[in-house]
Design a binder for this molecule. Structure first.
Ligand code: NAD
Length: 364
Protein backbone atom coordinates (compact mmCIF):
# COMPACT_ATOMS: atom_id res chain seq x y z
CA UNK A 1 0.00 0.00 0.00
CA UNK A 2 1.27 3.49 -0.88
CA UNK A 3 0.29 6.36 1.41
CA UNK A 4 1.32 9.95 2.05
CA UNK A 5 1.53 10.79 5.76
CA UNK A 6 1.98 14.38 6.91
CA UNK A 7 3.84 14.82 10.18
CA UNK A 8 2.83 17.91 12.17
CA UNK A 9 5.25 17.95 15.11
CA UNK A 10 4.01 21.28 16.55
CA UNK A 11 5.52 22.54 19.81
CA UNK A 12 7.34 21.26 22.90
CA UNK A 13 7.36 17.49 23.30
CA UNK A 14 5.17 17.24 20.17
CA UNK A 15 8.39 17.21 18.15
CA UNK A 16 9.99 14.57 20.38
CA UNK A 17 7.09 12.12 20.36
CA UNK A 18 6.07 12.36 16.68
CA UNK A 19 9.65 11.43 15.72
CA UNK A 20 9.07 8.13 17.53
CA UNK A 21 5.63 7.60 15.97
CA UNK A 22 7.20 8.10 12.55
CA UNK A 23 10.07 5.74 13.42
CA UNK A 24 7.57 2.97 14.12
CA UNK A 25 5.58 3.69 10.93
CA UNK A 26 8.82 3.42 8.90
CA UNK A 27 9.47 0.05 10.51
CA UNK A 28 5.92 -1.15 9.74
CA UNK A 29 6.32 -0.11 6.08
CA UNK A 30 9.61 -2.02 5.84
CA UNK A 31 8.34 -5.11 7.58
CA UNK A 32 4.95 -5.39 5.84
CA UNK A 33 6.09 -4.15 2.43
CA UNK A 34 4.21 -0.83 2.24
CA UNK A 35 5.39 2.51 0.91
CA UNK A 36 4.75 5.32 3.38
CA UNK A 37 5.97 8.72 2.14
CA UNK A 38 6.29 11.47 4.73
CA UNK A 39 6.24 15.24 4.58
CA UNK A 40 6.19 17.83 7.37
CA UNK A 41 4.36 21.13 7.96
CA UNK A 42 4.27 23.95 10.49
CA UNK A 43 1.61 24.55 13.14
CA UNK A 44 1.47 26.35 16.50
CA UNK A 45 4.21 28.50 17.98
CA UNK A 46 6.78 27.69 15.26
CA UNK A 47 4.23 28.61 12.60
CA UNK A 48 3.47 31.92 14.34
CA UNK A 49 7.18 32.73 14.51
CA UNK A 50 7.69 31.90 10.83
CA UNK A 51 4.47 33.27 9.29
CA UNK A 52 2.51 35.23 11.91
CA UNK A 53 -0.33 32.71 11.95
CA UNK A 54 -0.83 29.42 13.85
CA UNK A 55 -2.07 27.49 10.80
CA UNK A 56 -0.54 28.89 7.60
CA UNK A 57 -2.39 28.35 4.29
CA UNK A 58 0.58 26.32 3.08
CA UNK A 59 0.10 23.87 5.96
CA UNK A 60 -3.60 23.56 5.22
CA UNK A 61 -2.85 22.87 1.53
CA UNK A 62 -0.35 20.15 2.55
CA UNK A 63 -2.87 18.57 4.94
CA UNK A 64 -5.58 18.47 2.29
CA UNK A 65 -3.31 16.33 0.09
CA UNK A 66 -2.36 13.87 2.84
CA UNK A 67 -3.81 10.38 3.31
CA UNK A 68 -3.41 10.76 7.09
CA UNK A 69 -1.84 13.16 9.59
CA UNK A 70 0.33 12.38 12.64
CA UNK A 71 0.14 15.38 14.95
CA UNK A 72 2.16 16.15 18.12
CA UNK A 73 0.84 19.06 20.20
CA UNK A 74 0.72 22.85 20.22
CA UNK A 75 1.26 25.31 23.05
CA UNK A 76 4.03 27.48 24.45
CA UNK A 77 4.57 29.17 27.84
CA UNK A 78 4.87 32.56 26.14
CA UNK A 79 1.12 32.44 25.35
CA UNK A 80 -0.09 30.51 28.41
CA UNK A 81 1.21 33.26 30.65
CA UNK A 82 -0.20 36.11 28.58
CA UNK A 83 -3.96 35.83 27.99
CA UNK A 84 -3.99 39.13 26.10
CA UNK A 85 -2.12 37.83 23.06
CA UNK A 86 -4.46 37.69 20.08
CA UNK A 87 -2.55 35.13 17.97
CA UNK A 88 -2.21 31.83 19.88
CA UNK A 89 -0.87 28.34 19.02
CA UNK A 90 -4.15 26.60 19.98
CA UNK A 91 -5.95 28.56 17.23
CA UNK A 92 -4.01 26.41 14.76
CA UNK A 93 -5.49 23.24 16.21
CA UNK A 94 -9.07 24.55 16.36
CA UNK A 95 -8.88 25.94 12.83
CA UNK A 96 -7.41 22.68 11.52
CA UNK A 97 -10.25 20.64 13.07
CA UNK A 98 -12.84 22.99 11.56
CA UNK A 99 -11.22 23.27 8.10
CA UNK A 100 -10.69 19.52 7.74
CA UNK A 101 -14.17 18.69 9.09
CA UNK A 102 -12.72 16.60 11.93
CA UNK A 103 -15.85 16.42 14.06
CA UNK A 104 -15.36 13.14 15.95
CA UNK A 105 -12.51 12.49 18.36
CA UNK A 106 -12.10 8.83 19.31
CA UNK A 107 -10.15 8.09 22.47
CA UNK A 108 -9.71 4.45 23.41
CA UNK A 109 -8.96 4.03 27.10
CA UNK A 110 -7.50 0.63 27.84
CA UNK A 111 -4.88 -0.22 30.39
CA UNK A 112 -2.02 -2.51 29.43
CA UNK A 113 -1.93 -5.19 32.16
CA UNK A 114 1.76 -4.42 32.69
CA UNK A 115 0.81 -0.94 33.93
CA UNK A 116 -1.85 -1.96 36.46
CA UNK A 117 0.44 -0.92 39.29
CA UNK A 118 1.44 2.39 37.69
CA UNK A 119 -2.04 3.90 37.94
CA UNK A 120 -3.14 5.88 40.96
CA UNK A 121 -6.37 3.81 40.92
CA UNK A 122 -6.55 0.37 42.59
CA UNK A 123 -5.74 -2.52 40.17
CA UNK A 124 -8.89 -4.48 41.11
CA UNK A 125 -11.04 -1.53 39.99
CA UNK A 126 -9.09 -1.03 36.78
CA UNK A 127 -8.40 -4.51 35.45
CA UNK A 128 -10.42 -5.13 32.30
CA UNK A 129 -11.59 -1.51 31.85
CA UNK A 130 -12.01 -0.80 28.13
CA UNK A 131 -13.73 2.46 27.18
CA UNK A 132 -14.07 4.17 23.83
CA UNK A 133 -14.80 7.90 24.07
CA UNK A 134 -16.48 9.79 21.23
CA UNK A 135 -15.86 13.47 21.92
CA UNK A 136 -17.54 15.98 19.57
CA UNK A 137 -14.85 18.28 18.25
CA UNK A 138 -16.17 21.15 16.18
CA UNK A 139 -18.97 22.67 18.29
CA UNK A 140 -19.66 23.75 21.90
CA UNK A 141 -18.07 26.65 23.80
CA UNK A 142 -14.88 26.33 21.75
CA UNK A 143 -16.61 27.59 18.61
CA UNK A 144 -19.62 29.54 19.95
CA UNK A 145 -19.68 33.31 20.05
CA UNK A 146 -17.24 34.69 22.59
CA UNK A 147 -16.40 38.16 23.76
CA UNK A 148 -16.22 40.80 26.45
CA UNK A 149 -18.66 43.50 27.54
CA UNK A 150 -19.22 45.95 30.41
CA UNK A 151 -15.88 47.62 29.84
CA UNK A 152 -14.17 44.25 29.60
CA UNK A 153 -15.37 43.21 33.04
CA UNK A 154 -17.71 40.49 31.76
CA UNK A 155 -16.68 37.68 29.44
CA UNK A 156 -18.80 35.03 27.69
CA UNK A 157 -18.38 31.89 25.59
CA UNK A 158 -21.59 30.58 24.05
CA UNK A 159 -22.25 26.84 24.35
CA UNK A 160 -23.96 25.97 21.09
CA UNK A 161 -24.90 22.71 19.36
CA UNK A 162 -26.96 22.06 16.24
CA UNK A 163 -28.98 18.93 15.57
CA UNK A 164 -26.82 17.76 12.65
CA UNK A 165 -23.64 18.06 14.75
CA UNK A 166 -25.06 15.76 17.41
CA UNK A 167 -26.56 13.35 14.87
CA UNK A 168 -23.38 12.67 12.93
CA UNK A 169 -21.25 11.85 15.97
CA UNK A 170 -24.06 9.88 17.63
CA UNK A 171 -24.26 7.63 14.56
CA UNK A 172 -20.50 6.99 14.77
CA UNK A 173 -20.73 6.13 18.48
CA UNK A 174 -23.69 3.74 18.08
CA UNK A 175 -22.07 2.03 15.09
CA UNK A 176 -18.87 1.52 17.12
CA UNK A 177 -20.85 0.13 20.06
CA UNK A 178 -22.39 -2.50 17.78
CA UNK A 179 -18.97 -4.10 17.34
CA UNK A 180 -18.12 -3.79 21.06
CA UNK A 181 -20.27 -4.40 24.16
CA UNK A 182 -23.36 -2.66 22.71
CA UNK A 183 -23.59 0.04 25.35
CA UNK A 184 -23.56 3.82 24.81
CA UNK A 185 -23.44 6.25 27.72
CA UNK A 186 -24.31 9.76 26.55
CA UNK A 187 -22.90 12.40 28.89
CA UNK A 188 -24.46 15.87 29.17
CA UNK A 189 -25.78 18.40 31.67
CA UNK A 190 -29.40 18.35 30.56
CA UNK A 191 -30.69 19.33 34.01
CA UNK A 192 -29.17 22.81 33.53
CA UNK A 193 -28.17 23.46 29.91
CA UNK A 194 -30.48 23.95 26.92
CA UNK A 195 -27.79 22.75 24.50
CA UNK A 196 -27.60 19.53 26.55
CA UNK A 197 -31.38 19.08 26.30
CA UNK A 198 -31.09 19.23 22.50
CA UNK A 199 -28.11 16.85 22.70
CA UNK A 200 -30.13 14.33 24.74
CA UNK A 201 -33.21 14.49 22.48
CA UNK A 202 -31.14 13.98 19.32
CA UNK A 203 -29.18 11.08 20.82
CA UNK A 204 -32.45 9.41 21.84
CA UNK A 205 -33.78 9.83 18.29
CA UNK A 206 -30.62 8.38 16.70
CA UNK A 207 -30.64 5.44 19.15
CA UNK A 208 -33.90 4.16 17.58
CA UNK A 209 -31.86 3.14 14.54
CA UNK A 210 -29.65 0.92 16.75
CA UNK A 211 -32.11 -1.23 18.73
CA UNK A 212 -29.35 -3.71 19.64
CA UNK A 213 -27.42 -0.98 21.52
CA UNK A 214 -28.36 -0.05 25.07
CA UNK A 215 -28.40 3.73 25.63
CA UNK A 216 -28.09 5.41 29.03
CA UNK A 217 -27.74 9.11 29.82
CA UNK A 218 -25.54 10.48 32.57
CA UNK A 219 -24.90 13.99 33.86
CA UNK A 220 -21.29 15.03 33.47
CA UNK A 221 -20.69 15.44 37.21
CA UNK A 222 -21.96 11.91 37.91
CA UNK A 223 -19.93 10.55 34.98
CA UNK A 224 -16.75 12.12 36.37
CA UNK A 225 -17.34 10.29 39.64
CA UNK A 226 -18.36 6.96 38.07
CA UNK A 227 -15.30 6.88 35.78
CA UNK A 228 -13.01 6.57 38.78
CA UNK A 229 -15.37 4.52 40.94
CA UNK A 230 -16.29 1.87 38.35
CA UNK A 231 -14.57 2.35 34.97
CA UNK A 232 -15.56 -1.14 33.85
CA UNK A 233 -19.23 -0.11 33.77
CA UNK A 234 -18.58 1.96 30.60
CA UNK A 235 -18.30 0.79 26.99
CA UNK A 236 -18.79 3.66 24.51
CA UNK A 237 -19.04 7.18 25.99
CA UNK A 238 -20.57 9.86 23.75
CA UNK A 239 -20.14 13.48 24.79
CA UNK A 240 -19.62 17.09 23.71
CA UNK A 241 -16.43 19.01 23.20
CA UNK A 242 -15.92 20.56 26.64
CA UNK A 243 -17.12 17.63 28.76
CA UNK A 244 -15.12 15.25 26.57
CA UNK A 245 -11.97 17.32 26.96
CA UNK A 246 -12.15 17.12 30.74
CA UNK A 247 -13.39 13.53 31.11
CA UNK A 248 -10.74 12.06 28.80
CA UNK A 249 -7.93 13.71 30.74
CA UNK A 250 -9.45 12.24 33.88
CA UNK A 251 -9.70 8.85 32.15
CA UNK A 252 -6.00 9.05 31.24
CA UNK A 253 -5.38 7.97 34.83
CA UNK A 254 -7.08 4.68 33.96
CA UNK A 255 -4.40 4.16 31.30
CA UNK A 256 -1.60 5.02 33.72
CA UNK A 257 -0.39 8.33 32.26
CA UNK A 258 -1.21 11.11 29.81
CA UNK A 259 1.73 9.72 27.87
CA UNK A 260 -0.16 6.49 27.07
CA UNK A 261 -3.33 7.81 25.45
CA UNK A 262 -3.79 7.99 21.71
CA UNK A 263 -6.63 9.57 19.79
CA UNK A 264 -8.09 9.73 16.31
CA UNK A 265 -9.96 12.70 14.89
CA UNK A 266 -12.11 11.75 11.97
CA UNK A 267 -14.70 13.38 9.78
CA UNK A 268 -15.35 13.89 6.13
CA UNK A 269 -12.00 12.84 4.68
CA UNK A 270 -8.45 12.85 6.06
CA UNK A 271 -7.94 11.46 9.59
CA UNK A 272 -5.71 13.09 12.19
CA UNK A 273 -3.96 11.06 14.89
CA UNK A 274 -2.51 12.55 18.03
CA UNK A 275 -1.70 11.88 21.69
CA UNK A 276 -4.23 13.44 24.07
CA UNK A 277 -1.46 15.25 25.95
CA UNK A 278 -0.22 18.75 25.23
CA UNK A 279 3.23 20.20 24.59
CA UNK A 280 4.31 19.64 28.25
CA UNK A 281 6.66 22.60 28.72
CA UNK A 282 7.80 21.20 32.07
CA UNK A 283 9.60 18.28 30.41
CA UNK A 284 10.38 19.65 26.93
CA UNK A 285 13.97 19.08 25.80
CA UNK A 286 14.75 16.65 28.62
CA UNK A 287 14.29 13.54 26.46
CA UNK A 288 11.96 11.96 29.02
CA UNK A 289 8.58 12.31 27.28
CA UNK A 290 6.68 9.07 26.87
CA UNK A 291 6.31 8.46 23.10
CA UNK A 292 3.85 5.57 23.46
CA UNK A 293 0.74 7.76 22.97
CA UNK A 294 2.16 8.95 19.65
CA UNK A 295 3.16 5.41 18.69
CA UNK A 296 -0.32 4.12 19.59
CA UNK A 297 -1.80 7.02 17.57
CA UNK A 298 0.12 5.65 14.59
CA UNK A 299 -1.51 2.26 15.28
CA UNK A 300 -4.95 3.91 15.22
CA UNK A 301 -4.04 5.55 11.89
CA UNK A 302 -3.18 2.20 10.31
CA UNK A 303 -6.45 0.68 11.49
CA UNK A 304 -8.93 3.51 10.93
CA UNK A 305 -7.54 5.42 7.92
CA UNK A 306 -5.82 2.60 6.03
CA UNK A 307 -7.72 -0.51 7.21
CA UNK A 308 -4.38 -2.20 8.06
CA UNK A 309 -5.57 -4.18 11.08
CA UNK A 310 -2.64 -6.63 11.30
CA UNK A 311 -0.11 -3.80 11.07
CA UNK A 312 -2.00 -1.84 13.72
CA UNK A 313 -2.10 -4.86 16.02
CA UNK A 314 1.64 -5.41 15.42
CA UNK A 315 2.32 -1.99 16.95
CA UNK A 316 0.06 -2.67 19.95
CA UNK A 317 1.76 -6.03 20.46
CA UNK A 318 5.21 -4.45 20.23
CA UNK A 319 4.23 -1.87 22.89
CA UNK A 320 2.84 -4.62 25.09
CA UNK A 321 5.99 -6.73 24.68
CA UNK A 322 8.23 -3.74 25.46
CA UNK A 323 6.28 -3.12 28.67
CA UNK A 324 6.33 -6.85 29.57
CA UNK A 325 10.12 -6.79 29.36
CA UNK A 326 10.13 -4.02 31.97
CA UNK A 327 11.00 -1.02 29.79
CA UNK A 328 9.39 2.24 30.92
CA UNK A 329 9.65 5.97 30.50
CA UNK A 330 9.81 7.76 33.83
CA UNK A 331 6.10 8.75 33.92
CA UNK A 332 5.03 5.08 34.02
CA UNK A 333 7.97 3.70 36.03
CA UNK A 334 6.44 2.31 39.19
CA UNK A 335 9.10 2.10 41.87
CA UNK A 336 7.26 -0.80 43.58
CA UNK A 337 7.78 -3.07 40.56
CA UNK A 338 11.09 -4.84 40.25
CA UNK A 339 13.15 -5.14 37.07
CA UNK A 340 12.05 -1.81 35.65
CA UNK A 341 14.44 -0.34 33.10
CA UNK A 342 13.88 3.37 32.51
CA UNK A 343 14.44 4.58 28.94
CA UNK A 344 14.54 7.98 27.33
CA UNK A 345 12.08 8.98 24.58
CA UNK A 346 14.16 7.89 21.63
CA UNK A 347 15.29 4.58 23.21
CA UNK A 348 11.66 3.72 23.92
CA UNK A 349 10.81 4.34 20.25
CA UNK A 350 13.74 2.12 19.19
CA UNK A 351 12.65 -0.62 21.55
CA UNK A 352 9.08 -0.70 20.17
CA UNK A 353 10.31 -0.52 16.55
CA UNK A 354 12.68 -3.46 17.11
CA UNK A 355 9.88 -5.57 18.56
CA UNK A 356 7.71 -5.13 15.48
CA UNK A 357 10.04 -7.33 13.49
CA UNK A 358 9.98 -10.24 15.88
CA UNK A 359 6.67 -10.05 17.55
CA UNK A 360 3.68 -9.57 15.34
CA UNK A 361 1.76 -12.63 16.53
CA UNK A 362 1.44 -11.95 20.26
CA UNK A 363 -1.96 -10.52 21.18
CA UNK A 364 -2.38 -8.08 23.98
P1 NAD B 1 0.14 18.63 29.09
O1 NAD B 1 -0.66 17.48 28.58
O2 NAD B 1 1.12 19.20 28.16
O3 NAD B 1 0.92 18.15 30.43
C1 NAD B 1 0.24 17.77 31.62
C2 NAD B 1 1.20 16.95 32.50
O4 NAD B 1 1.40 15.65 31.94
C3 NAD B 1 2.59 17.59 32.60
O5 NAD B 1 3.09 17.39 33.89
C4 NAD B 1 3.42 16.81 31.60
O6 NAD B 1 4.79 16.75 31.92
C5 NAD B 1 2.77 15.43 31.64
N1 NAD B 1 2.85 14.78 30.34
C6 NAD B 1 2.13 15.11 29.23
N2 NAD B 1 2.50 14.34 28.20
C7 NAD B 1 3.47 13.52 28.66
C8 NAD B 1 4.26 12.50 28.04
N3 NAD B 1 4.13 12.17 26.75
N4 NAD B 1 5.19 11.87 28.80
C9 NAD B 1 5.34 12.17 30.09
N5 NAD B 1 4.62 13.11 30.73
C10 NAD B 1 3.69 13.79 30.02
O7 NAD B 1 -0.89 19.73 29.58
P2 NAD B 1 -0.63 21.20 30.17
O8 NAD B 1 0.59 21.21 31.00
O9 NAD B 1 -1.93 21.59 30.75
O10 NAD B 1 -0.39 22.11 28.89
C11 NAD B 1 0.88 22.42 28.34
C12 NAD B 1 0.66 23.11 27.00
O11 NAD B 1 0.08 22.20 26.08
C13 NAD B 1 -0.24 24.32 27.05
O12 NAD B 1 0.32 25.31 26.24
C14 NAD B 1 -1.56 23.82 26.50
O13 NAD B 1 -2.30 24.84 25.87
C15 NAD B 1 -1.08 22.82 25.49
N6 NAD B 1 -2.02 21.74 25.16
C16 NAD B 1 -2.08 21.35 23.87
C17 NAD B 1 -2.87 20.27 23.52
C18 NAD B 1 -2.87 19.83 22.08
O14 NAD B 1 -2.08 20.32 21.29
N7 NAD B 1 -3.71 18.89 21.68
C19 NAD B 1 -3.61 19.58 24.48
C20 NAD B 1 -3.51 20.00 25.81
C21 NAD B 1 -2.70 21.08 26.15
Amino acid sequence: MKKLITILPGDGIGKEVTAEGQKVLVKIAEYFGHQFDFNEALIGHDAIEATGTALPDETLATLRKADAILFGAVGHPHYDNNPNLKVRPEQGLLKMRKELGLYANLRPIKLFDELLEASSIKPEILKGADILFFRELTGDVYFGEKGRKDNDETAYDLMVYSKYEVERIAHKAFAAAQSRNKKVTSVDKANVLESSRLWRAVVQEVSKEYPDVNLTHMFVDAAAMKLIQDPRSFDVVLTGNLFGDILTDEASQIAGSMGMLASASIGDRVGLYEPIHGSAHDITGKGIANPLASILSAALMLDISFGLKDESQAIINAVSQTLKEGYRTIDIADSKTEKIKVLNTSAMGDMVAQRIAVNETITN
